[in-house]
Design a protein around this ligand. Structure first.
Ligand SMILES: Nc1ncnc2c1ncn2[C@@H]1O[C@H](COP(=O)(O)OP(=O)(O)OP(=O)(O)O)[C@@H](O)[C@H]1O
Ligand SMILES: [Mg+2]
Length: 299
């Protein structure tokens, strides 16, 4: 699957503004990790955020999602300024995954998705404790939705497995399902293909297109440039906390400043099936895919 990269950089973007970050700055003591960054994501878009290690990409995500209170600047969603509180940001319609996987390792796959669902269930604590009819109905509806999402990411057969026993690539997909469970309008993905083999990366690419086709806009951080340039309508480049360049995949990958600061050399298109098979065979031989699971209970 490929995107149309023939649109000129200055051309109109689809949809209307969904997320708008304005002048976002984040300082840690003497270090300015993010400096006056503006970024807009429109409905129907897949936007990439790239840049070298330590450029401030994850810090920027943390500012967008209320995990950090930006030193300066504002973040708006659907025209309203977001309070910097993670649960309010989730309720407003933004969901995210983490660079370091954060699943509940000793819960099942299904239970992990149900955790992501709780911001959308209206039943209160008393109803839950009493397990009344309203609670049971809400619980059944949540389970149905969670199973739908597991089917969507291809993990329904593993619904009852413990999250810790999933292969690494499936853990990353499960994080996406958990994020989708809050019914977001915008999904933020922080390095969704890190540690994946080429086949898993390609499946994830298709998954992100499918998410966009469901009407959910996506902002994605990745170091895999094939993935980014195949997928994104627009790419923004952060270097040392500042936005260096923004434009279509085609424009960004040929920008001399981006090449000098990050890419190194022009990107030469998507891999063919043969190339993918070769890389995959080499990775299988060296066992290069890792398997880790993150801290429980953190956002
Ligand atoms: N909580 C924090 N306290 C102090 N410094 C921080 C904190 N979080 C991030 N930083 C610093 O901010 C800078 C940007 O880090 P960040 O993790 O945002 O980079 P990144 O672009 O996501 O890098 P990578 O591609 O390696 O994930 C780094 O110098 C990092 O050490
Ligand atoms: Mg990061």
């Amino acid at each position: 699957m490929t995107t149309d990269t023939t649109t000129p950089a200055a051309g109109p973007t689809p949809g209307t503004p969904l997320l708008h970050a304005s002048g976002v700055t984040m300082r840690f003591g003497g270090l300015t990790a993010v400096r006056s960054v503006d970024l807009t994501v429109n409905t129907g878009e897949i936007v990439g955020l790239i840049g070298p290690n330590g450029a401030g990409k994850t810090t920027f995500f943390n500012c967008l999602t209320g995990l950090y209170v930006p030193t300066e600047g504002t973040v708006s969603y659907q025209g309203k300024v977001l309070p910097p509180k993670p649960h309010l940001v989730t309720q407003a319609g933004i969901a995210r995954t983490f660079q370091n996987i954060r699943l509940f390792a000793n819960m099942t796959v299904l239970e992990n998705v149900l955790v992501g669902r709780h911001t959308r269930t209206k039943e209160g604590l008393f109803s839950a404790l009493l397990r009344g009819p309203g609670f049971k109905r809400a619980e059944a509806a949540s389970r149905d939705r969670a199973m739908e999402l597991l089917a969507f990411i291809g993990l329904e057969a593993k619904a009852e497995h413990l999250a810790r026993n999933l292969p690494y690539g499936d853990q990353r997909k499960l994080e996406i399902a958990r994020a989708l469970a809050s019914d977001p309008g915008l999904l933020l993905l922080d390095e969704p293909t890190a540690g994946m083999n080429p086949q898993e990366t390609r499946t994830t690419e298709e998954l992100v297109f499918a998410i966009r086709d469901m009407g959910i806009a996506v902002l994605v951080i990745e170091h895999d440039m094939r993935f980014i340039f195949n997928l994104c309508d627009r790419v923004s480049v952060l270097v040392q906390g500042e936005k260096l360049v923004e434009g279509t995949s085609e424009v960004v990958q040929r920008d001399d400043r981006v090449i000098a600061a990050y890419l190194g050399e022009p990107f030469e298109g998507a891999p063919g099936d043969e190339e993918l098979a070769e890389v995959e065979a080499a990775e299988t031989a060296t066992g290069s895919t890792t398997s880790t699971i993150g801290t429980e209970g953190e956002r």
